[in-house]
Write a new protein. Sequence first.
Length: 219
Amino acid sequence: MQTTGDVAQAYDTVAAAYHRLIPDLSAESHLDRAMLTAFTHHVGDHDDHTVLDAGCGTGRVVPTLTAAGLRVTGVDLSAEMLAVARSVNPDSEFAVAGLDRLPFASGRFGGVLAWYSLIHTAPAELPTLASELARVLAPGGFLLAGFQLGAGSRLITDAYGPRIALTAHRFSLDLVTEVLAGAGLQRIAAADREPAGEAYGQGFVLARKGHVDGRSAAG
């Protein structure tokens, strides 16, 4: 069974290679970036413009978030990935943490981004992570999840150069929507796209927490 320690060690091993191969969002499609843009606009309309980049890796999404006027805090299991993130994003804050136990007060952020950071979590364990991500999200705040679409899992061994062993899971839009709903996050938008050079399609769910000022979560 894959542990968080296994994930941290694997990404420590490939941190430098990962940054060389995927330094920014140039690998993302127009649709991927459109979902990120929608997320930044929604958080920008919220009273709280802080964002938790949950599982931020080398911080490759941080410039997009900060360019939209958002204040970013990143967390990741891998200290080596965070060392890269700090070097390229010196104005943002970063901390080593698992998504199942975040070192922040409840309601701390106006937005939470889980950009492919759930893929090493087995489906049965998703509700635990969703509840913790929802806990640190302010009422009326927004969460965006990006993930590999489908079902089942695969073993990643040499995607970033140095040999590693990581299990990656695929999820359906319905599953992610259901898990987020169980954590009090109502889906307001979702998208899926066919593979564009990847082995699998990609899925995205944008959700909002609870009710605010008597209005529904859909706004």
